[in-house]
Ligand binder design. Structure first.
Ligand code: GLU
Length: 373
């Protein structure tokens, strides 16, 4: 199954972690990028398409600016990213030129994908580049990204890119061999798990314990990305990119790394975007009747089923729906602001009309804009 999956994966997003291409002492390591480019070029046989999400801008920038420590201050980090990004691209450009491929630089923020038009636009640009045989090299646009619009780490960004381009496989290359039963750096008896059919709570818990790994996110963000992309039908391979030759060997059927299987795709592209790209700005607590209407009877959400409104949001914003116990079970685009909803929660349509006059919408979240998670 594993071999079949790797053999048939046609569109692959390869995430390359900072520790593979840069270090605080040496700055950028172009020789590592050359090696990875050679190995990635080997995968591009049989019409395979590759997109790369590469970290390393900040770490290379730190060295280039002569900073002694990792900056805490955001503008300094952003300055380092700007200085480092051009160096990173220079290395990728040269490395892929040697093996006969063109590259393109794409810098994204979460905001670019949270707007449906920009999301589709980014998708068109990336697929056009792939059609030209170009290898897109993607990173977060660290120079302009402040907290609200950040992906935060490149595992998350790579997951979103895999969704954006409808990839078959996400490969996360870092300096660890894969997913272990425990953190192997703390417990030498930990064993590698080669195949993970489902990201259970136990797997997530184990990943959370291993947060000492290098990089921004450690194992926790990798497993979170794997879980998220599995939901929209993308498998994830976590592999040690620091071992020369391992990447092509694994694609040729050798063992290595941990493969997280995908679930079957069940949502339309727009609903996937609502479910996985958008971040909820608030939440609505629903009574049992509304929970049942939404989950079992395929209905839209009406104000009468809302018990509580939290967060501040405007009409059109994404919000989460929870049951009485606060467990999130759905997400959707809301037709009313939080302020209006606080006034009309629990009311029936005629009562709402009396209070606010005739409204454009009856539904608080229309079924077409609602996803059951
Ligand atoms: N975008 C950051 C960089 O290029 C890396 C973030 C991460 O490693 O997760 O340095």
């Amino acid at each position: 199954m594993r071999d079949e999956l790797l053999k048939h994966a046609k569109r692959i997003v390869v995430k390359i972690g900072s520790s593979l291409v840069a270090s605080r002492d040496c700055g950028l390591r172009p020789e590592q990028i050359d090696r990875l480019a050679d190995e990635i070029a080997l995968l591009r046989t049989g019409g395979r398409e590759i997109l790369i999400v590469s970290s390393g801008a900040i770490v290379s920038g730190i060295k280039k600016l002569g900073l002694k420590t990792y900056p805490k201050n955001l503008p300094v980090k952003q300055a380092a990213a700007a200085v480092g990004q051009s160096r990173l691209m220079w290395a990728y450009e040269k490395a892929f030129e040697r093996v006969g491929f063109k590259v393109a630089q794409i810098l994204l923020t979460h905001q670019d994908l949270a707007d449906r038009r920009r999301f589709l636009n980014a998708r068109h640009t990336l697929t056009t580049l792939l059609a030209f045989g170009v290898v897109p090299i993607i990173n977060e646009n660290d120079t302009v990204a402040v907290d609200e619009i950040r992906f935060g780490d490149n595992d998350t960004l790579a997951g979103e890119v895999a969704h954006l381009v409808d990839a078959d496989l996400l490969v996360i290359l870092s300096d660890v061999d894969g997913f272990y039963t425990e953190d192997p750096r703390r417990n030498p008896t930990a064993t590698l798990i080669p195949l993970i059919p489902d990201v259970t709570e136990d797997i997530e818990h184990r990943a959370g314990l291993s947060s000492t790994f290098e990089g921004t996110g450690g194992m926790a963000t990798k497993v979170r990305a794997a879980k998220k992309v599995a939901e929209y039908g993308v498998a994830t391979l976590i592999l040690n990119g620091g071992k020369p030759g391992l990447l092509p060997a694994v694609f040729a059927g050798q063992p290595g790394g941990s493969l997280f299987l995908a679930r079957s795709r069940r949502l339309t592209s727009r609903k996937q975007w609502i479910a996985f790209t958008l971040r909820a700005r608030g939440s609505l607590k629903l009574d049992d009747g509304a929970v049942e209407a939404l989950t079992k009877r395929g209905k839209s959400l009406l104000a009468s089923g809302i018990m509580d409104v939290s967060g501040r949001f405007e009409a059109g914003d994404p919000v989460a729906c929870t049951n009485r116990d606060g467990k999130e079970f759905a997400k959707g685009l809301v037709n009313f602001s939080s302020e209006t909803l606080a006034r009309i929660k629990g009311l029936k349509t005629p009562e709402i009309q009396q209070l606010l006059g005739q409204q454009e919408y009856e539904e608080v979240i229309h079924r077409d804009n609602l996803v059951i998670l």
